[in-house]
Design a binder for this molecule. Structure first.
Ligand code: ZN
Length: 148
Protein backbone atom coordinates (compact mmCIF):
# COMPACT_ATOMS: atom_id res chain seq x y z
CA UNK A 1 0.00 0.00 0.00
CA UNK A 2 1.50 3.36 -0.98
CA UNK A 3 1.31 6.56 1.08
CA UNK A 4 -1.73 7.88 -0.79
CA UNK A 5 -3.63 4.64 -0.24
CA UNK A 6 -2.76 4.74 3.45
CA UNK A 7 -4.07 8.29 3.71
CA UNK A 8 -7.27 7.32 1.91
CA UNK A 9 -7.67 4.32 4.20
CA UNK A 10 -7.29 6.55 7.26
CA UNK A 11 -9.92 9.02 5.99
CA UNK A 12 -12.39 6.16 5.47
CA UNK A 13 -11.74 4.70 8.92
CA UNK A 14 -12.05 8.11 10.60
CA UNK A 15 -15.37 8.84 8.90
CA UNK A 16 -16.78 5.37 9.55
CA UNK A 17 -15.97 5.83 13.23
CA UNK A 18 -17.17 9.41 13.70
CA UNK A 19 -19.90 10.01 11.13
CA UNK A 20 -20.61 13.63 10.27
CA UNK A 21 -24.31 14.43 9.88
CA UNK A 22 -25.51 11.28 11.65
CA UNK A 23 -28.95 11.65 13.26
CA UNK A 24 -32.36 12.30 11.72
CA UNK A 25 -33.63 15.83 11.17
CA UNK A 26 -36.98 16.71 12.78
CA UNK A 27 -37.47 19.57 10.35
CA UNK A 28 -37.12 18.32 6.77
CA UNK A 29 -38.56 18.61 3.27
CA UNK A 30 -37.83 15.15 1.88
CA UNK A 31 -36.72 11.71 2.97
CA UNK A 32 -35.57 8.47 1.41
CA UNK A 33 -34.97 4.94 2.66
CA UNK A 34 -32.45 2.88 0.70
CA UNK A 35 -31.19 -0.66 1.16
CA UNK A 36 -28.18 -2.31 -0.41
CA UNK A 37 -29.27 -5.93 -0.37
CA UNK A 38 -25.93 -7.35 -1.53
CA UNK A 39 -24.17 -6.07 1.60
CA UNK A 40 -27.02 -5.38 4.05
CA UNK A 41 -26.38 -1.64 4.32
CA UNK A 42 -29.37 0.59 4.92
CA UNK A 43 -30.00 4.28 5.36
CA UNK A 44 -32.90 6.54 6.22
CA UNK A 45 -31.90 9.99 5.04
CA UNK A 46 -33.72 13.27 5.46
CA UNK A 47 -32.93 16.52 3.72
CA UNK A 48 -34.05 20.05 4.39
CA UNK A 49 -34.16 22.18 1.25
CA UNK A 50 -34.17 25.96 1.53
CA UNK A 51 -35.25 27.04 -1.94
CA UNK A 52 -32.59 25.60 -4.23
CA UNK A 53 -30.09 25.02 -1.46
CA UNK A 54 -29.53 21.85 0.56
CA UNK A 55 -29.81 23.52 3.96
CA UNK A 56 -29.18 20.37 6.00
CA UNK A 57 -28.90 16.61 5.80
CA UNK A 58 -29.38 14.02 8.52
CA UNK A 59 -29.47 10.25 8.43
CA UNK A 60 -29.75 7.05 10.39
CA UNK A 61 -27.70 4.26 8.86
CA UNK A 62 -26.19 0.89 9.51
CA UNK A 63 -23.90 -1.29 7.47
CA UNK A 64 -20.30 -1.74 6.44
CA UNK A 65 -17.62 0.87 7.04
CA UNK A 66 -17.54 1.89 3.37
CA UNK A 67 -21.24 2.74 3.32
CA UNK A 68 -20.96 4.60 6.61
CA UNK A 69 -17.83 6.52 5.65
CA UNK A 70 -19.37 7.45 2.31
CA UNK A 71 -22.41 8.97 4.04
CA UNK A 72 -20.22 11.02 6.34
CA UNK A 73 -17.99 12.21 3.48
CA UNK A 74 -21.07 13.03 1.40
CA UNK A 75 -22.49 15.09 4.25
CA UNK A 76 -19.30 17.14 4.48
CA UNK A 77 -19.26 17.70 0.75
CA UNK A 78 -22.91 18.58 0.15
CA UNK A 79 -24.58 20.09 3.25
CA UNK A 80 -25.22 23.79 2.64
CA UNK A 81 -24.55 23.57 -1.11
CA UNK A 82 -26.88 24.61 -3.96
CA UNK A 83 -28.95 21.80 -5.49
CA UNK A 84 -27.14 22.13 -8.85
CA UNK A 85 -23.75 21.74 -7.16
CA UNK A 86 -24.93 18.65 -5.26
CA UNK A 87 -26.21 17.13 -8.51
CA UNK A 88 -22.85 17.82 -10.19
CA UNK A 89 -20.98 16.27 -7.26
CA UNK A 90 -23.27 13.23 -7.40
CA UNK A 91 -22.48 12.82 -11.11
CA UNK A 92 -18.73 13.14 -10.52
CA UNK A 93 -18.80 10.76 -7.55
CA UNK A 94 -20.82 8.16 -9.47
CA UNK A 95 -18.38 8.44 -12.37
CA UNK A 96 -15.46 7.90 -9.98
CA UNK A 97 -17.12 4.83 -8.45
CA UNK A 98 -17.44 3.29 -11.90
CA UNK A 99 -13.86 4.17 -12.92
CA UNK A 100 -12.23 1.03 -11.52
CA UNK A 101 -9.55 3.20 -9.94
CA UNK A 102 -8.66 5.17 -13.07
CA UNK A 103 -9.97 8.71 -12.56
CA UNK A 104 -8.48 12.10 -13.54
CA UNK A 105 -6.82 14.07 -10.76
CA UNK A 106 -8.66 17.35 -11.36
CA UNK A 107 -11.98 15.58 -10.88
CA UNK A 108 -10.69 13.93 -7.70
CA UNK A 109 -10.01 17.42 -6.34
CA UNK A 110 -13.68 18.36 -6.84
CA UNK A 111 -14.65 15.57 -4.48
CA UNK A 112 -12.30 16.68 -1.70
CA UNK A 113 -12.00 13.97 0.99
CA UNK A 114 -14.68 11.85 -0.70
CA UNK A 115 -11.99 11.04 -3.27
CA UNK A 116 -10.66 8.66 -0.59
CA UNK A 117 -13.28 6.19 -1.86
CA UNK A 118 -11.52 5.94 -5.24
CA UNK A 119 -9.88 2.66 -4.23
CA UNK A 120 -13.31 1.13 -3.58
CA UNK A 121 -14.13 1.49 -7.29
CA UNK A 122 -11.70 -1.38 -7.96
CA UNK A 123 -14.10 -3.70 -6.13
CA UNK A 124 -17.38 -3.78 -8.09
CA UNK A 125 -19.19 -5.57 -5.27
CA UNK A 126 -18.53 -2.62 -2.93
CA UNK A 127 -19.47 0.18 -5.33
CA UNK A 128 -23.12 -0.01 -4.22
CA UNK A 129 -22.00 0.49 -0.61
CA UNK A 130 -20.37 3.80 -1.51
CA UNK A 131 -23.28 4.97 -3.67
CA UNK A 132 -26.08 4.13 -1.21
CA UNK A 133 -26.08 7.43 0.65
CA UNK A 134 -25.91 9.44 -2.57
CA UNK A 135 -28.92 7.57 -3.96
CA UNK A 136 -30.82 8.43 -0.79
CA UNK A 137 -29.81 12.09 -0.98
CA UNK A 138 -30.79 12.55 -4.64
CA UNK A 139 -34.05 10.71 -4.02
CA UNK A 140 -34.86 12.82 -0.92
CA UNK A 141 -34.07 16.04 -2.79
CA UNK A 142 -36.42 14.97 -5.58
CA UNK A 143 -39.29 14.61 -3.17
CA UNK A 144 -39.29 18.33 -2.54
CA UNK A 145 -42.37 20.16 -3.79
CA UNK A 146 -41.90 22.25 -6.92
CA UNK A 147 -41.59 25.94 -6.15
CA UNK A 148 -41.54 25.59 -2.36
ZN1 ZN B 1 -21.63 -2.32 2.33
Amino acid sequence: MDAMEQLYQQIILDHAKARQGSGLLDDYTGESFQVNTTCGDQVMLRVKMDGNRVADIGYQAEGCSISQASLSLMYELTAGQPRSEVEDLHATFTEMMHSRGDFPEEKLDELDDASALLGVSKFPARVKCALLGWMALIDAMGHEQEGS
